[in-house]
Design a protein around this ligand. Structure first.
Ligand SMILES: [Zn+2]
Length: 299
């Protein structure tokens, strides 16, 4: 089967082995992540840092990601990351100064944004404005919970996300997490589990993708996989319609972590359910465009 090598837009890593980020969470080091990549036929990965205190006991500076990526240039790109409260906890903080600084040092985007603030909080609004001005796509982790969780806050329906997409047309938001993906279907209100099951109908994710060209989707983790796998017939139509907006990802957070999306995409392509053109776009082409990875070829 002529599979293509993938670009992973979402992975976590640590410079040092055996340092817990939170209870029981030991991130992989470079060699461990590369081992997973060899098994998954992943060519390159974007490494994302954890920078907000919510649910974490150790904070990763941008310099850690930069150092790992520059020590492993054949395997990793890196994203810088900020908490919108940084600086003076002010809605006028000049994040462009730092976004441009890290961009010049090689950062290709921002993420993963996990601050537990409302998506349209003035601090977030300011941060998103600067990300748009600096052309730095932002990978977000979404939650509906204010407290007791990590992630930027929006309720079912993603109306606060919509407000930011509309207000900041230059901003590229890359949606991620179980609470983003549950809105792939309109019947979420009746679902007890955030990993909703069953047939997909309507759904705000598709509506937002249709209305806002600045929204993209990160298919990583159990959440991205579940959004496709719960209703494969819908998934193939979704992929066909939004083939320019979906990106492969793993969200690997530990050594030897199992992820299912690569095999699902390879099989769907092999079975003729996804065209070659769309398969290549999702596996790597869209990541190259969105994160402006100039040295990568689409195939
Ligand atoms: Zn993540």
């Amino acid at each position: 089967m002529d599979t293509v090598k993938k670009i992973d837009v979402h992975a976590h890593i640590r410079m040092w082995p055996n340092r817990p980020m939170s209870v029981g969470c030991i991130l992989p080091v470079a060699e461990e992540l590369k081992e997973s990549y060899r098994e998954l036929n992943v060519d390159k990965g974007l490494i994302l840092s954890i920078i907000s205190p919510e649910c974490q006991f150790s904070i990763q500076p941008n310099e850690e990601m930069e150092h790992i990526a520059k020590s492993n240039p054949d395997s990793f790109y890196w994203c810088c990351n900020f908490d919108p409260r940084m600086g003076k906890n002010s809605e006028t903080t000049d994040f462009s100064y730092f976004l441009n600084y890290y961009k010049e040092r090689g950062a290709v985007g921002v993420g993963e944004l996990t601050a537990n603030l409302y998506v349209d909080d003035p601090l977030m609004d300011n941060f998103f404005y600067h990300c748009g001005e600096c052309d730095m796509p932002v990978i977000i982790h979404l939650t509906p919970k204010n407290g007791g969780d990590y992630g930027i806050i929006d309720e079912m329906g993603l109306y606060r996300i919509e407000k930011m997409l509309k207000k900041h047309p230059k901003l590229k938001i890359v949606g991620h997490s179980q609470y983003f993906w549950r809105d792939i279907s309109e019947n979420v209100a009746t679902e007890k589990s955030v990993y909703a099951s069953g047939k997909v109908n309507g759904g705000r994710v598709a509506e937002l993708l249709r209305n806002y060209p600045n929204l993209f989707c990160d298919l990583s983790a159990g959440s991205g996989f579940n959004a496709l796998n719960r209703d494969p017939d819908h998934a193939y139509r979704f992929i066909e319609e939004f083939s320019d907006r979906l990106m492969y990802g793993t969200d690997i957070c530990r050594a030897k972590q199992e992820t299912k999306l690569a095999a699902w995409l390879d099989e769907s392509y092999a079975n003729g359910m996804i065209t070659r053109e769309n398969y290549v776009k999702i596996c790597r082409g869209n990541a190259i465009k969105v994160f402006n990875l100039k040295n990568e070829k689409a195939e």
